[in-house]
Design a protein around this ligand. Sequence first.
Ligand SMILES: Cc1cc2nc3c(=O)[nH]c(=O)nc-3n(C[C@H](O)[C@H](O)[C@H](O)COP(=O)(O)OP(=O)(O)OC[C@H]3O[C@@H](n4cnc5c(N)ncnc54)[C@H](O)[C@@H]3O)c2cc1C
Ligand SMILES: Cc1cc2nc3c(=O)[nH]c(=O)nc-3n(C[C@H](O)[C@H](O)[C@H](O)COP(=O)(O)O)c2cc1C
Length: 777
Amino acid sequence: MKIVCIGGGPAGLYFALLMKKLGPHHDITVVERNKPYDTFGWGVVFSDQTLDNMRQWDAETAAEVQQAFNHWDDIELHFKGRVIRSGGHGFVGIGRKKLLNILQARCEQLGVKLAFEQDADSDLDYPDADLIIASDGINSRVRNRLPEVFQPDIVTRPNRYIWLGTNRLYDAFTFLFEKTEHGWFQAHVYKFDEKTSTFIVECPEHVWLAHGLDKADQQQSIDFCEKLFASNLQGEKLMTNARHLRGSAWLNFQRVKCANWSHFNGNSHVVLMGDAVHTAHFAIGSGTKLALEDAIELVRQFKTLGDTADRIPQVLQKYQAVREIDVIRLQNAAWNAMEWFEVCGERYCDQLEPEQFMYSMLTRSQRISHENLRLRDKAWLEGYEAWFAGRTATPGARPPMFTPYTLRSVTLKNRVVVSPMAQYSAVDGRVGDYHLVHLGARAMGGAGLVMVEMTAPSADGRITHGCPGLWNDTHTADFKRITDWVHTQSDAKIGLQIGHAGPKGSTCRPWQGAGMDQPMAADDPEGNWPLLAASSQPYLPHGIVPQAMSRKDMDRVTADFVASTQRAAPAGFDWLELHCAHGYLLSSFISPLTNHRTDAYGGSLENRLRYPLEVFAAVRVAWPEHLPMSVRISAHDWVEGGITPADAVEIARAFKAAGADMIDCSSGQVSAKQKPTYGRMYQTPFADRIRQEAGIATIAVGAISEADHVNSILAAGRADLCAVARPHLANPAWTLTEAARIGFTDIAWPRAYVSGKSQLEAGFARERALQTATKGD
Ligand SMILES: Cc1cc2nc3c(=O)[nH]c(=O)nc-3n(C[C@H](O)[C@H](O)[C@H](O)COP(=O)(O)OP(=O)(O)OC[C@H]3O[C@@H](n4cnc5c(N)ncnc54)[C@H](O)[C@@H]3O)c2cc1C
Ligand SMILES: Cc1cc2nc3c(=O)[nH]c(=O)nc-3n(C[C@H](O)[C@H](O)[C@H](O)COP(=O)(O)O)c2cc1C
């Protein structure tokens, strides 16, 4: 085959040499506009894993790289006058020039033609090529010529960064944070050869503008950075090797994705590779890794499917199918890490203490979990666990999940909450044996707090005929039976979630009809009831149209909430949560998607919050002062024009000002048009943001299914408690099970169950040992 690689960066060169190795008869040329050994940039990093991968494909190149690289294990943070270091992170740093030189030399050795100082206009310049690799970098001309074919999706990010070098040598991957009168700057620093370190300085756009750096030329920018990081640079200079760039050398990161990676241009097959087709932010330093691994995968496909011209279409198809999965995974992780650096100044730097800031930074991509950190550096993690536990006056190191939490007069023994879950099993609003068994089992299962499902303050506030209520003395007595049981038979606390279904009321139990939220038939023998909402808009198009609440309705419902709350204390509850989420009555006021009122209760967020805050204030007064109150909100409607996470911060601030102790950060279910992005811990970023920006304690909830998730969330300060719902349906003793799974044995079991404890612990210990042994094979 005749192959032309446009662009002699890591992608083009590495592909060329691997392909030549696979089939020495192939005629391969790399066209590069720069001179040999003339490139931008300082060092690049990639992980040990990338090098292992390279070793399998070309031992010679890997050996050269290994000779030239700088390996280090530690990450060091310089923050607020403190230096914190943790180990086990395993990075390889190498000069970009050095890497390219190794690849160029190996290409020449194998017979790849290198054509320097040739600027390719387009893929059409090489009509006799069977295959053209467009490895022409982030601004790829080949890609840009055919946007309708490749369908690039390019997002320009708000932070500014400048890529510099210094002769000060750092023996760890170092992160420096400095505050100026206008905001925070951070530097990502790592040594890549015996004389030089890469020094990338980054800050938000508004900080950059406030310092006038948009008007600064390169030298002025360097002078600024040298002054800012003077104490760390210890007299060393900062240097640029991008003098060829005109004007400011500060860049915005661009995230590139493409729907299609290849195309037939009439003569040749063209395929994008490396930065031309995808980029990953330097916060996880993986652009070069992606480029090298693209090259490996394409060669692997030629090796598997055949390296003849007729196989090219299948090879390219398979190449994209395989690669794009890995790329998306990495881009997602890079995106989280990038966002962390974009917001860290405002969100974390001022709020978190250095120990927790370090933890938050290390777990920024959400790919590294608590137990993963333990594997990397056990001593550091245990030190951090002891620091975290110490803040709750608990001696020694223990996983954050198993530290106590105190709010007002209530101390939870640990940080796990059984999230409220409707059971649709009440009769006339009454909870019975079903609920005693259901809640009792979960109270014995180890969680610190068991929340009862949404309970209505009036019969018309229920979701279904099977939902519980608290509006008469019988209801109080029924609940008292359960709370007494929980308090005498377990050391869990029990909370009530009080809520009015509003526009989502009068529906079938989920197993009765076509699923959740389905309206009852008009002639249902159990009987429908009229609905109330902020505005007369049904939740589902075929749902009952609710009545927009009058002031009189509001007064009546507020009085119901108060009366119900007055029953909740004698009913024995330790905790009260006001349900303002999921499109129910109070939520219907908050969201602009469901509130179209033109009075003082509609319009601005302030107006939309007015009624929910009135209810909250009335309930708070009726609830004993020594007991805590949380508010559940939908922190994101997942619909254009609905509540956003930024609004959620304002909502949380308003409830905080009204006396709420905690915000339980759920999302969605406000509009049937929602398009949530599900994934592990997918709502935790809302809890994190609200906690830092509104300065109020939070509960994280949603797809938290392992102790490792809980520990990572709490340790990073993303929430104060974690609510776990569905896993508790499968396993009432979820907390006890997870403790045993991670080898935490200092936890009390119900006394009659104790003989099961050591057996479960021993079983998990065997599993862990087996896993360790298998990894060692
Ligand atoms: C500040 C910063 C820090 C980074 N740090 C890291 C890091 O630590 N680790 C990491 O892995 N990655 C890092 N990267 C990313 C990394 O540099 C790229 O992801 C990687 O180089 C991509 O390789 P590539 O071969 O696809 O593209 P490039 O390396 O950009 O190579 C493209 C080549 O094509 C040539 N070219 C372009 N157009 C033409 C044309 N028309 N004709 C001829 N030649 C052409 C260019 O001159 C260039 O040599 C960083 C990037 C930045 C901006
Ligand atoms: C069966 C079921 C019933 C639920 N009922 C309620 C409820 O009454 N009140 C509430 O706020 N959330 C309710 N939820 C939502 C959960 O509390 C929780 O926020 C959601 O399931 C996400 O957590 P998970 O991923 O751990 O399941 C319910 C969820 C389930 C699965």
